[in-house]
Structures are given as structure tokens and as C-alpha cells.
Design a protein around this ligand. Structure first.
Ligand code: CA
Length: 249
């Protein structure tokens, strides 16, 4: 089951939206493997199995429709329009979308040809998903579209959280949080006003393997409120959203 992951790598072009990857690959297994690996990293993935569909999709991509893409992963050997031609066509149309070429062929000629027609990088099959993700990130980083920089300090009103120092200061007073409380607060402060269900919070902070129930979340929220709120019985920071869960701010 897939749930909406709030930690998706965000697009700089359109903050608040996950980076959108188009996978163009005619081999079902590889397409599925790529989709899983990318989704696991938080990318939003769309797939097509031939060059013509890819071309249609990319030419009709419209930033306002939410269907624009940040990266294309492009197999070379494709039915209808092959990867090299597709790449060449896009560049000729002035489309500068980052393209990562995949190919079973690993010869220097193909690599050079791929880059010559305007691809940004080239990966030879077989490859590890780790390498794939690293290449995707590198291509996106070079395009200046990579993840928003991770802030070192999160601040909301008079609460300051120092991410790397695992330290929290409330109204100029250092407070001691347990690791779970700290991670809960960090998550809240990273996504202010986002509503989290107890199940979401359990998954994110305790992990999917955690055996226990959502009461655990309520207990930690109560402890956090005691440390953060001026009046824990009338919370101003961690707000209960009836029927849904909690939000911060
Ligand atoms: Ca192929």
C-alpha cells in the first residue's frame, strides 16, 4: 500500500510538489524496478513504454497542469521512436529537461552519442538502484533542481530546534526532549500546519515495525506539550485536529 510521503524531494521550480520523473522503458521488469526505487526515494514517477508516448507526454507537459517533469530516464532501445532520436527531438524543440539515458549497450560510442544528442548523463545496464538514484540526484543537482537545502535550524515563534545538535530552545530556555520527542517535533516543525494522523506519525517516528497503538502518539504529544506549551491544557503549538490527528502551528 502506498501512502502520501511528505518527505518527497521537492522541486525548486515548484516548491511543495515532489520532483516528477518520467521513466521511458519498454521492458516491464526494469520499468517496475525503476518505479519502485524512485518512489522509495520520494520521487513522483510516471512511466511510458515507447518513444512516441514519451514525446506526446513531454510535448504536452504543462507546468500548470502539474504534469511537468523534472527528469526523464530514457531507455535507448525503444519501440517507435528510439531514445537517441527522442533526445535529439526534444533538444531541437528547445526542451532542456534533464535526461538520463539507460542502455544495455555500454560502448564508448553510444555513451558519446547519447551525450552528443543532449543527454545529461548515461547509465549502462545492469546497474544498481543505488547508482541510479545517485545519478538522478547528480543530474538534478546540476540543473539546480535538487532538494531544497536542509535547514540547520527550525524556528517557529519562540521555539528553536537545532537539527544537527539535537537541541531545542523554548522561550530562551533549553529543554530536554527524548529522542522520540525530538524527532516528533522536528517532523512537525519541518511541515508546519500539515495535519498528521496518528498512524502517519507512528510510521514516521516509530517505524512500520512498531508494535503498539496510536495511544503511544497521544502520550508523546502530551509530554511534548508539557515541555513546549505555556499552558499544556490549551496548546498553541501542537494542535489537535479533531477526527484527523495533530498539526504544528
Ligand atoms: Ca529497451
Amino acid at each position: 500500500m502506498f501512502t502520501l510521503d511528505p518527505a518527497k524531494p521537492l522541486s525548486l521550480a515548484n516548491p511543495g510538489r515532489a520532483q516528477h520523473v518520467l521513466v521511458v522503458e519498454d521492458e516491464d521488469l526494469i520499468r517496475e524496478m525503476l518505479t519502485l526505487a524512485l518512489e522509495e526515494e520520494g520521487y513522483a514517477v510516471e512511466t511510458v513504454a515507447d518513444g512516441r508516448s514519451a514525446l506526446n507526454l513531454l510535448c504536452n507537459a504543462d507546468a500548470n497542469s502539474g504534469r511537468s517533469f523534472d527528469l526523464v530516464i530514457l531507455d535507448l532501445m525503444l519501440p517507435q521512436v528510439n531514445g537517441l532520436d527522442l533526445c535529439r527531438l526534444l533538444r531541437r524543440q528547445g526542451n532542456a529537461i534533464p535526461i538520463l539515458i539507460l542502455s544495455a549497450r555500454g560502448s564508448e560510442t553510444d555513451r558519446v552519442l547519447g551525450l552528443e544528442v543532449g543527454a545529461d548523463d548515461y547509465l549502462t545496464k545492469p546497474f544498481s538502484t543505488r547508482e541510479l538514484i545517485a545519478r538522478c540526484r547528480a543530474v538534478l543537482r546540476r540543473q539546480g533542481l535538487n532538494h531544497l537545502p536542509q535547514p540547520m535550524v527550525l524556528q517557529h515563534r519562540d521555539i528553536v530546534l537545532y537539527v544537527q545538535e539535537c537541541r531545542v530552545v523554548v522561550r530562551q530556555q533549553e529543554v530536554n526532549l527524548s529522542p522520540k520527542e525530538f524527532r516528533l517535533l522536528e517532523l512537525f516543525m519541518t511541515y508546519p500546519r500539515r495535519v498528521w494522523s496518528r498512524e502517519n506519525l507512528l510510521d514516521r517516528i516509530w517505524g512500520a515495525d512498531f508494535i503498539g497503538d496510536s495511544k503511544t502518539v497521544d502520550v508523546h504529544i502530551r509530554w511534548l506539550r508539557e515541555k513546549l506549551e505555556i499552558d499544556p491544557s490549551r496548546p498553541e503549538y501542537i494542535i489537535t485536529v479533531r477526527g484527523f490527528g495533530y498539526r504544528f502551528g
